[in-house]
Design a protein around this ligand. Sequence first.
Ligand SMILES: [Zn+2]
Length: 132
Amino acid sequence: MIQRCGDCSRWTHYPLPRCPACRSAELTYQRVSGVGKVYNYTVSYRDFGLSLPRPYATAYVELEDVPSIRLATNNIFGCRVDDLHIGLDVEVMYHGYDDAELTLAYLSPRTLARGVVDAAVGEGVRSESIPA
Ligand SMILES: [Zn+2]
């Protein structure tokens, strides 16, 4: 779901109380495909206090149906950092953590089977340990 202005139709991400273009408060959330491409990325080999296994990638992902929005995320699963590249087709998936009553969104390559990604996310495995 991405926020969109009901007056000028501009998409907005991250969520805001008013449209940054026309200042309208008529903002609603609209469903998007969750499919996109890696626009750019960086790989971190140092610990910046995020408690993530290293190396890990942070990517900007351009959504297919909302190209004006680029999502920044380090929740990329099922892809070794060496296999990450600009233009890689990715999609949003969700994983629920029953013990925390929490569902998180993450991105993975579109070519991966859902079961492979689910297993990786459930075990907290990000990039380096995923079988190709
Ligand atoms: Zn607006």
